[in-house]
Ligand binder design. Structure first.
Ligand SMILES: [Zn+2]
Length: 81
């Protein structure tokens, strides 16, 4: 890995969070265009962040499933009694 790659990857979170200026973002994008390993890494990171966001915001069906589970766990004692 070149020093330039290390510098890019060290700041990748800041770039993805748009915490850098336009010129720096342009340099970042230019590096990715010329450097397939960095490009692949950043794509994987973006995908991972997307999945984390999805996991952090449960859908309606997730909430319904969680309610069913909670009810199923609350009932057995009543059923026995
Ligand atoms: Zn690179």
């Amino acid at each position: 890995m070149s020093p330039r790659c290390a510098a890019i990857l060290a700041q990748v979170d800041a770039f993805l969070d748009h915490e850098r200026g336009a010129l720096e973002r342009l340099r970042f994008a230019a590096h990715l265009a010329l450097c397939p390993p960095c490009d692949r890494y950043v794509r994987q990171l973006q995908e991972a962040r997307r999945l984390l966001r999805l996991a952090a915001t449960p859908s309606e069906s997730d909430l319904a499933a969680a309610r069913r589970l909670a009810v199923a766990h609350a009932r057995p004692r009543e059923a026995k009694g």
